[in-house]
Design a protein around this ligand. Structure first.
Ligand code: AOF
Ligand code: ZN
Length: 378
């Protein structure tokens, strides 16, 4: 593939990057080129609205005839909320389609490429597949494994502490790092926490457009993200959350995952908008974390989940092998040895028991630091 094709695919991928409203659909971008000139660019904005290819074709108009389409995902060939993109490309007279990766959705998965080929369209892939996969790692994981891609957000001091012994934790990092967290929420289908965090911090766990703009997000994208709001999920095995908690007073859906059955408690939430689902429990009565993640994937179509919890739930999710990536914000302070640890990871005795990570990014954020690391050896 020549360098022009690579740059055009890059443009298609960039067109879909930082779009916060596509869930549960993947982020997809498309660039249409005729005689070396870009005649149409499009990205998928949200479910029910046209797919990237259709948006780009509309811009290209008649110039799409004889053109090449660069798409970050294999064009779909099924009737979902919208008609097949393969039909739209064929009808418009596009003669070549280059896409970055196959669509892992079993309704498409190679059939889109075949439909185009059957109609005489030249089809080529992969191109920049790794970048395209990163853009939709949550969608891919849900399709392939029936589980969401989980990122665990943590904030700690330079000596690895997350709160004083009293529980006081505001604030370890400064406003710029906290605005950055807004981006993680905006990208996520769901934000997950535990009842103990709700009881101790009374958090909102919502997306705030103004704060998001502080993280260099345009006003339109910030408003789009705040209008969607991630599903906020509370693991609360015996439903101890007070109905007057802040999380329930803010716009957006709230889901309680409870251990079965706590029917007598449900009445307290009759007048609230809370959704309640029972999940199998493990010995001791805690919600089975894998069952909870499976439910978020199957029933709520969550591609990407952001875990914002305390050391116990964070540690348990990691030890259950359910966390794909950690994002650790570090504030330049020591909180001392009485303060609470980053994670509770009991039972590690030997160096060989360690939880292995690969650091993929380190960024300074206004005097604080952000480390992104992937879990390995899982
Ligand atoms: C594309 N281009 O821009 C996107 C695609 O319900 P629908 O009609 O929106 O279809 C959703 C499915 O279509 C989704 O699961 C994925 O397989 C594919 N997404 N395909 O050709 C796009 N967003
Ligand atoms: Zn489509």
């Amino acid at each position: 593939m020549n360098s022009t094709a690579v740059s055009l695919m890059n443009l298609a991928i960039n067109a879909a990057t930082n779009v916060y409203s596509t869930t549960p659909n993947p982020r997809v971008g498309c660039v249409i080129v005729r005689d070396g000139v870009i005649v149409g660019t499009g990205w998928h904005q949200k479910p029910g609205l046209p797919h990237a290819e259709v948006v780009a074709l509309r811009e290209a108009g008649e110039l799409a005839c004889g053109a090449t389409a660069y798409v970050s995902l294999e064009p779909c060939c099924h009737h979902g909320r919208t008609p097949p993109c393969t039909d739209a490309l064929i009808t418009a007279g596009v003669t070549e389609v280059i896409f970055a990766m196959l669509d892992p959705n079993p309704l498409v998965a190679g059939k889109g490429a075949q439909a185009l080929r059957d109609a005489g369209v030249k089809v080529t892939w992969p191109l920049l597949e790794d970048d395209a996969r990163t853009l939709n790692r949550g969608f891919i994981k849900r399709m392939d494994e029936g589980l969401p891609f989980v990122r665990c957000k943590l904030a700690m001091s330079l000596d690895g502490r997350t709160a004083m012994a009293s529980g006081e934790s505001q604030w370890i990092t400064g406003p710029a790092a906290r605005a950055d967290v807004q981006k993680l929420r905006a990208e996520s289908c769901a934000v997950l926490t535990g009842v103990n965090t709700v009881l101790s911090d009374n958090p909102g766990l919502n997306v705030r457009a103004e704060q998001l703009q502080g993280a260099d997000v345009s006003i339109d994208r910030a408003n789009e993200a705040a209008a969607r709001q991630p599903l906020r999920v509370i693991l609360d095995s015996s439903l101890r959350t007070p109905p007057e908690s802040k999380i329930l007073s803010l716009p957006g859906d709230v889901l309680f995952l409870v251990g079965a059955p706590h029917l007598q408690q449900y009445a307290r939430f009759q007048d609230s908008k809370a959704l309640i689902r029972e999940v199998p429990t493990v010995p001791g009565g805690r919600v089975d974390l894998r069952a909870a993640m499976t439910l978020l994937s199957s029933e709520f179509s969550c591609n990407e989940v952001l875990l914002e919890a305390g050391p116990t739930l964070g540690g348990a999710m990691i030890q259950a092998g359910l966390v794909d990536e950690v994002i650790i914000y570090i504030g330049a302070k020591f909180l001392g040895s009485d303060a609470l640890p980053l994670l509770n990871l009991p039972g590690l005795r030997h160096m060989s028991d360690h939880v292995g990570l690969e650091i993929v990014d380190v960024q300074g954020i206004a005097g604080d630091c952000r480390i992104t690391a992937r879990l390995i050896n899982r």
